[in-house]
Design a protein around this ligand. Structure first.
Ligand code: GAF
Length: 380
């Protein structure tokens, strides 16, 4: 069990205060679950391929107690509360919490009503997995309150089911497994077919390196529909090749249809890049992975077509100012990019990214330094 960092403790104080103010009692437990960036391996998860996320020190904290009815309170914005007699048809942000309660029941882990106060600082709409963080914190709190010991990989599958079937977003397993299974100081190499994983040391500071996360603040454009259409393209390509998932496509596989062929090429080459990244990290450290990161971005931009002007601007400006590598991270169509930089050049890269956005009249990015934080854990 990791030691909670100070920041998770501070967020928990706010969640507990909100709980007490709302319900007039102390919560029985509080769990924190982090957001993530994916170092490499994008859109490979639903193709049974490889991913490599690490947890960020931003957390969703759920303070919770058993109750007679379902009560979900969030501190977000002005604060809002959703009260429900049953789990049928809970909508909006509370669906992520109600969804995991439903999915736990479907998986045979009976849970009854709870009251929850949620406080999160995982940036919303930044492609850093704020939804999965909420789901995972709620899942662990519910399991704790109702006495279920659930293996973390199984918990990730349950949280994914909540998102797919209750919320209705056809996402893969990347985000929930990152939030539940990542470890401090490591990037997690995971095979999405069987969730086999290895924690690969990822301590950039010791190597004189910095990773910037650049939240482009770009509005998400048609992200849901485009995500579903990329999934459908992959399923069609797999069917044409006669394989179960594109993970199984041979390295030299090709299709006549140009669009499907580019989707296929992204998945095949991206899986190979994850394996290459793991090898370089294990053998010589992070300084050598820059070109792989950049090649991943080019593949997402040209073959998978999920980048956008804001992400391309951030990546190009970072590379132009001397970053070792840069790529968009997460689902795409907005959200965040990452840039790997020799620490001495970090300020120059940051300035170049901001200047490029201003010149192109794009939204001003929010930039911060990434650190591989701990996965979800109980705070109290
Ligand atoms: C989103 C999804 F939720 C993940 O499952 C994954 O597919 C990712 O986009 C792209 O790698 O975060």
């Amino acid at each position: 069990m990791p030691t909670p960092d100070n920041h998770a403790l501070e967020l928990t104080d706010v969640a507990v205060q909100a709980f007490t103010a709302k319900y007039g009692t102390e919560p029985e437990c509080a769990w924190a679950a982090p957001g993530r960036v994916n170092l490499i391996g994008e859109h490979t998860d639903y193709n049974d391929g490889f991913v490599m996320p690490f947890a960020l020190p931003f957390y969703a904290v759920v303070a919770a107690s058993k109750s007679e009815v379902w009560e979900f309170h969030s501190t977000y914005g002005e604060g809002s509360t959703v009260r429900a007699e049953t789990l049928d048809g809970v909508e909006g942000w509370a669906a992520y919490l109600a969804g995991v309660a439903w999915a736990l029941g479907e998986a045979g882990y009976e849970v009854g009503p709870v009251r929850i106060a949620l406080h999160s600082d995982v940036p919303h709409g930044a492609g850093l997995s704020s939804s999965a963080a909420m789901e995972c914190a709620a899942l662990l709190a519910l399991a704790d309150l109702y006495g279920h010991e659930i293996d973390r990989a199984e918990a990730a599958r349950i949280a994914q089911r909540a998102e797919n079937e209750y919320v209705g977003a056809p996402t893969g397993i990347l985000d929930q497994s990152a939030s539940l299974l990542c470890e401090e100081g490591a990037a997690m190499f995971m095979d999405c077919r069987d969730l086999a994983r290895e924690q690969v040391p990822f301590a950039l500071e010791a190597e004189g390196l910095t990773m910037l996360v650049i939240d482009t603040n770009a509005p998400h454009r048609h992200a849901d529909g485009e995500y579903a259409s990329r999934r459908a393209d992959c399923e069609k390509a797999a069917q044409l090749l006669g394989v179960d998932k594109l993970r199984d496509a041979p390295a030299d596989a090709a299709l006549d249809d140009d669009r499907l062929n580019r989707r296929l090429r992204h998945i095949v080459t991206e899986n190979a890049r994850v394996l290459a990244t793991v090898k370089v990290l294990r053998e010589s450290g992070a300084a050598g992975i820059g070109e792989l990161l950049t090649a991943s971005h080019v593949s997402m931009r040209d073959d998978y077509e999920i980048s956008c002007a804001e992400l391309d601007s951030a990546v190009d400006a970072a590379l132009g100012a001397g970053a070792l590598g840069a790529r968009m991270t997460g689902g795409g169509f907005g959200g965040s990019a990452i840039a790997l930089i020799e620490s001495a050049a970090a300020a120059k890269v940051e300035a170049a990214v901001l200047e490029a956005a201003a010149e192109k009249r794009l939204p001003t990015p929010r930039i911060f330094t990434a650190r591989a934080a701990a996965g979800a854990h109980r705070i109290r």
